[in-house]
Design a protein around this ligand. Sequence first.
Ligand SMILES: [Zn+2]
Length: 282
Amino acid sequence: MVHRYSPVNECIYCKETTPPLDTEHIIPYAFGGNLLLPKASCRKCAKIINKQIETPILSHEWGALRAKHRFPTRNKNKRRTHITVYEKDGAAKKISIKEHSTPVPLYRFKQARILSGAPRGDDNHHFTMSILTSHKEEMAMKTEVANWNQKHQFFAQPLPFARLLAKIAHGYITAELGIGTFIPLTLDLILGRTDDYSMTVGGIWDIPPPVPGGDHITDIHMLFASSVLALVIVDIRLFSAAETPCYHVVAGNINFHRPEHVRAFEKHKIGGKIKHIPLGST
Ligand SMILES: [Zn+2]
C-alpha cells in the first residue's frame, strides 16, 4: 500500500525551491518502496543520486535478481533476460536469467563512528561482504549448466550502498519530522561531497533471523548526546524476510534550544514513533 506524505516544495538535499521538483521514493521504487515524498528533489540532485547511488546498486548489483523476480522497473524493455557465465575452460556462455541463481552482495557494517567514538582512519575493517543467495537455486544452476566454473564475481561497492542507506534515512526523517526540524548530517555523503560513509552509516555486524513475511523496515529513534542535543538515528532493514543485515544511519541532530526542533520532537514523542534509548546501547 502506497503512503504519500505532504509535498515538501523544496529539494530536501539542496533546498532548491524552483520547479520542477520530483517525487522522492524514500525506499527505491526498484525495491518496491511505497513511501512517497512529493515535490522533494530537484533535477540536479536527482541526477547525482541516480548516477552515483541507484545505478551501481539497483541496476548493477541487484539488476539480475530484480529482473528474475520482476521487481518494479521504469524500463521494462531494458530488463535483463540473459547472463554471461564462464565454463571451466574459460569459455563464456549466455544462460537464461531463469537458470541463474542471481546472488546479490550484502554489506555488513560496524557501528557508525559517530556513535562509537572511533577516530578517523580507524575505519579499515568497517565492512565485510556476504552473499545473499538461495542454496536450492545454486544447486540447480550447478546441475543445469554443465561445465560451469561455479564462480560468481562481485566488486565491493560499500560506498554507493552506504549512500543509498543515507538517502533512505534522510528522506524518511524529513517525511516524518518535517523539513527544517533537524540539522541534517548526511547531505555531504548523499551528494558525493565526502566519501567518509562510516562516520554516519553503520550496522549490526551479526545478521538477525529473517522476519517471516517481512517487508522493508524503517524506524526512528533518538540518542541524547547532551542536555541540548540529540542524535536522530534511522534504523533500516531492507527485505527483512531474507537474511539481510540491520543498519543505522545517524541522519541528523535535534537542538532543544530551537523551537521548531522541539515541536517536531514533541509531536513524534506523542505519536510513539520515537524510542528513548539509553546512551551506549545502540
Ligand atoms: Zn537539489
